[in-house]
Write a protein that binds this ligand. Structure first.
Ligand code: NAD
Ligand code: DAU
Length: 343
């Protein structure tokens, strides 16, 4: 089995590569990644020592690069993790989200079609369903919930999902889509809530909470997401969408306070800042379909997952300290100074 994993130098793709190389000694993986600010070769350090792993630097939206790679390697399955993934950045600069997340997905599917009707899996997000109210806990996203996006990021992901289903219906391309809730775990880029709060608290810096901190996310340990994708690519039904979620809703302020408690840092580090524009209130996934059809279940309880995650950041300081110097610092200043000022 030869897999093309795009975006494997990022958070979830990197975890997926480690998971697959460990589980299947006979699988070969080629990782195609552009190494944007979010891509990090040190995430793949262990994979580089495995003879079944190969890395190619390149852009999924570059047709020539993609076609040359598909002509050279005979892939059995393509799993598309590559994306611009941060909602805040999509609000500042939407265009690159359209190129990578929409055109990139289309270029990959076109190559799958051209080089032998190759199996394609699109890694999508619960954000395509928009948000749910805070006062209706019984409501959850199912695969039939209408698409209703809020940010340029979620709109670009929804577009890619629609294109994926169009490639199934029009060309018969064997496709599946997974729509997952918020992941957390090792190698998570420290611009996202959990790693941002852990790394800033460790450095005794302020923790910027948007709005009143009551927005809710449904957190899933990244390894459970990797297991779900592995099941979908081996047993999923073509043309189907599978929701993947942790049964684990928490408000942002709960998460931040928990991290501070675990690190023995004071709550006075919390700073409420200007809210995100168009901020989705609540996400909640109903994962019944994947649980029933593919026998998947989120195995890591949040207490254990957050403990593992915090320990990982404590034990891998070099990984994130290298990231938070240089360009990242400029991004942080730009993103958060105005938020503090505008409050
Ligand atoms: P990430 O930002 O950590 O990593 C993205 C990776 O894609 C990086 O390595 C980057 O270099 C690469 N990349 C970006 N543009 C590229 C391009 N044009 N060509 C090739 N490579 C490119 O993202 P993540 O959090 O690991 O998310 C992975 C996927 O999962 C995304 O599609 C995202 O939409 C989806 N998703 C993420 C979450 C989450 O909680 N993080 C939840 C649900 C779905
Ligand atoms: O739901 C899946 C999605 O989860 C993925 O599709 C996205 O790629 C991923 O980035 C994530 O999106 P969110 O916007 O939910 O994640 P983020 O970590 O950016 O924010 C989580 C919540 O925390 C959100 O309500 C905004 C809030 N927040 C975030 C940051 C970065 C803060 O309060 N302060 C912050 O500094």
């Amino acid at each position: 089995m030869k897999l093309l994993v795009t975006g494997g130098a990022g958070f979830i793709g990197g975890n997926f590569i480690h998971y697959i190389l460990k589980k299947y000694s006979d699988y070969k993986i080629v990782c195609l990644d552009k190494l944007t600010y979010a891509g990090n070769l040190s995430t793949l350090k262990d994979a580089f020592t495995n003879k079944n792993f190969k890395f190619v630097k390149g852009d999924i939206a570059d047709r020539k690069t993609v076609d040359n790679l598909f002509a050279k390697e005979k892939f059995d399955v393509v799993i598309n993790f590559a994306a611009e993934s941060h909602v805040d950045r999509s609000i500042l600069n939407p265009e690159v989200f359209l190129v990578t997340n929409i055109i990139g997905a289309q270029v990959l599917m076109e190559a799958c079609k051209k080089f032998g009707n190759i199996r394609f899996h699109q890694v999508s997000t619960d954000e395509v369903y928009g948000d749910l109210p805070l006062n209706r806990p019984e409501l959850m996203f199912t695969e039939d919930t209408p698409i209703h996006t809020s940010s340029p990021y979620s709109a670009s992901k929804a577009s890619a999902d629609l294109l994926t289903l169009a490639y199934f219906r029009t060309y018969g391309l064997p496709v599946t889509i997974s729509r997952c809730s918020n992941n957390y775990g090792p190698y998570h880029f420290p611009e996202k809530l959990i790693p941002l709060m852990i790394t800033r608290a460790l450095n005794d810096k302020t923790l910027p909470v948007y709005g009143n901190g009551k927005n809710v996310r449904d957190w899933l340990y990244v390894e459970d997401h990797c297991k779900a994708i592995d099941l979908i690519i081996s047993k999923g039904k073509m043309g189907e969408v599978y929701n993947v979620g942790g049964h684990n809703e928490k408000s942002n302020i709960e998460i931040v306070k928990l991290i501070l408690k675990k690190l023995n840092k004071p709550e006075s580090l919390i700073t409420f800042v200007e809210d995100r524009k168009g901020h989705d209130l609540r996400y909640a996934i109903n994962p019944e379909k994947i649980e029933k059809e593919l026998n998947w279940t989120p195995e890591t309880k949040f207490d254990k997952g957050i403990e593992n995650t915090i320990n990982w950041y404590l034990e891998n300081k070099k990984w994130w300290e290298d990231i938070i110097s240089g360009e990242y610092e400029k991004y942080y200043e730009k993103m958060y100074k105005t938020k503090e000022k505008n409050l």
